[in-house]
Each structure stands twice: as structure tokens, then as C-alpha cells.
Design a binder for this molecule. Structure first.
Ligand code: NAP
Length: 280
């Protein structure tokens, strides 16, 4: 059977994963196909059983199924277990094994913009949801100088910090406090949905107090340049957009399924073109 890969999400229509994975399959000379399926929450268990019965080689999982799916898989790898979320599943000897490639995807995109090791940098994260958890847990392993979290619901930021493995210096506080302390950080990572299409005029905080050398990251990638990134550019700060994380997690998933490293630059071009930008 030709290998079949999938995405399960709800909604799924807007996703660019089929575009980049089908292009990567073609590029790799693999006669397979990647298809997006809209799955309702109460159908998730049946969808997984159906995919197993059909012999689907691997699939991605996104909102709202990343946590729920864990109970229906045969095995969870240690990173996904730690993050308590799965975004990629691979069929291994008839068993579905869950992985999480979001943190690695973000790290990849960040490293390109840094000229110092993570251990010498102070981080601030805005947001404490699923994507924030993947990023925090991944970067914490590199023992940064400190990694603070600000979130609308402070309890969620506190819970993230409490669950951290290993030694990491972190505090949780309100957005107002973060705005005042912004000058303490080398890297600021925005992980909420503020500023995402159609609310493109929204921004989580003012960057007026940021260090001149700070790197500003926004994992929202629609629009390509969020209001936060536009303000950062006006202030002359280095920026990292969300496309890098998106294609980074996809590239790692593709490697898990096929053993082949796809052309990340090509994946990025496809996404940027679809978003109306100029392909790289
Ligand atoms: P999530 O688990 O639902 O978390 C949402 C986060 O946003 C929480 O911290 C939430 O705060 C905060 N938030 C939402 N609306 C807010 C508002 N109006 N004001 C202040 N805070 C608000 O979602 P997620 O999966 O982490 O995704 C978050 C964003 O990242 C989405 O825009 C998603 O598209 C993007 N994302 C991008 C990539 C990529 O590859 N580039 C990957 C994953 C996600 P509370 O805790 O107070 O509710």
C-alpha cells in the first residue's frame, strides 16, 4: 500500500500542513499522500481506531486533540509524556506511538537568530498554554539564566513552572509587571493568540522597555508580521516569526515518518506564499 499520512484537527480547512507535507513527499520521491481530516471531539477514539485499521503510517494532531489523544495511543515517547501533549504519531510495528515536535520546531527557528548559548540568556514567555508548555519544557533543558512566564491566568504560568523538570530559575507574574521588567530579558517569546488573524491590530504588550539587543519571537504566523513583530522592527530589534516553528515541527514529524530530512526552506516558502508574502 502507498503510505498515507494525515492530520486530525477541528477545524482543519485552514491548515497548511497538507501543502508542505505533500510537497516534501514529492521532493523525497515517496509515492504517498498526506490528507487533513476534521474530527469531532466525541469521534476521536473511533478516528484513531479507524486509522490503525487502515494502516495509516503516521499523522499529525492539532487543536483540540493534542492532549485527549494520548489515552488512545499505544505508547508515548518521553518528550511528549513530559509535555503532556502529542502533535505527531508514528505507526511502529502495528503500534501508534505519540511524539511532540513543537518544542524542537521552535528551538530550531530561534537558534538561527541567537549568537550566544541559551545558558547565557534570560527568557520571558507571554502565555502558558499548550505551545508555551512545549517551548518552556524544551528550552528549560538547556538551563537558561532565567525563564519567567507572564499570562492572563497567572495560576497556569505557576503550574507550568511547578511541573518543570530539573533546575530552572523562573517566576510567574502579570502582564503589567512583565511590561515594566522587559529590559531584563534577552529573548521575549509571545505564545498567546493575541494578534492572530482577524484580530491583527492587537498586541500583548508594549516593547518600549525592551533591551536594544533583545530578540522578539511571535509564534503566531497569520499574519506573517504581527503587530508585536512590526513594533519590534520599528524599534530596531531582532525578530523571529511563527513560520519557522511551524515548518520546524513539520520537518521533524516528516523525519520521524520517513527517515528523510525535508527541505525546510522550501516548506517555509510554501507557507509564506500561501500567507501572501514573498517566498524566500
Ligand atoms: P492554548 O493552549 O489554548 O493557549 C492559549 C494561550 O493564550 C493561553 O496562555 C491563554 O491565556 C492566552 N490567551 C488567549 N486569548 C487571550 C487573550 N485575549 N488575552 C490574553 N491571553 C490570551 O493555545 P496554544 O495551542 O498554546 O496556541 C496559542 C497560539 O500559538 C495560537 O495562536 C496558535 O495558532 C499558535 N501556535 C503556533 C504554532 C507554530 O507552529 N507557529 C504552534 C502552536 C501554536 P489563559 O491561560 O489566561 O487562557
Amino acid at each position: 500500500m502507498k503510505p498515507l499520512y494525515a492530520l486530525i484537527a477541528n477545524p482543519v480547512g485552514h491548515s497548511m500542513s497538507p501543502d508542505i507535507h505533500n510537497a516534501a513527499l514529492k521532493e523525497a520521491g515517496i509515492d504517498g499522500h498526506y490528507h487533513g481530516f476534521q474530527v469531532e471531539k466525541n469521534q476521536l477514539e473511533y478516528a484513531i481506531k479507524g486509522m490503525k485499521a487502515l494502516g495509516i503510517s503516521g499523522f499529525n494532531v492539532t487543536v483540540p486533540h493534542k492532549v485527549e489523544i494520548m489515552q488512545y495511543l499505544d505508547k508515548i515517547d518521553v518528550t511528549a509524556e513530559r509535555l503532556k501533549a502529542v502533535n505527531t504519531v508514528r505507526l511502529e510495528d502495528g503500534h501508534f506511538v505519540g511524539y511532540n515536535t513543537d518544542g524542537e520546531g521552535f528551538l530550531h527557528s530561534l537558534l538561527d537568530a541567537l549568537d550566544q548559548p541559551l545558558s547565557q540568556l534570560s527568557f520571558l514567555m507571554i502565555g502558558a498554554g499548550g505551545a508555551a508548555s512545549a517551548i518552556y519544557t524544551t528550552i528549560a533543558e538547556y538551563a537558561p539564566k532565567r525563564f519567567d512566564i507572564t499570562n492572563r491566568t497567572i495560576e497556569k504560568a505557576e503550574a507550568l513552572i511547578e511541573n518543570a523538570v530539573g533546575k530552572i530559575t523562573s517566576s510567574a507574574f502579570a502582564l503589567k509587571t512583565a511590561e515594566e521588567r522587559l529590559g531584563d530579558y534577552d529573548v521575549i517569546i509571545h505564545t498567546t493568540s493575541i494578534g492572530m488573524y482577524p484580530n491583527v491590530n492587537e498586541t500583548p504588550l508594549s516593547l518600549a522597555n525592551a533591551k536594544k539587543t533583545a530578540v522578539i519571537c511571535d509564534i503566531v504566523y497569520n499574519p506573517l508580521e504581527t503587530k508585536l513583530l512590526s513594533e519590534a522592527k520599528q524599534l530596531g530589534l531582532k525578530t523571529v516569526d511563527g513560520v519557522g516553528m511551524f515548518v520546524g515541527q513539520a520537518a521533524r514529524a516528516f523525519e520521524l515518518w520517513t527517515g528523510i530530512t525535508p527541505d525546510v526552506k522550501k516548506m517555509k516558502s510554501i507557507v509564506i506564499e500561501k500567507l501572501g508574502g514573498t517566498p524566500c
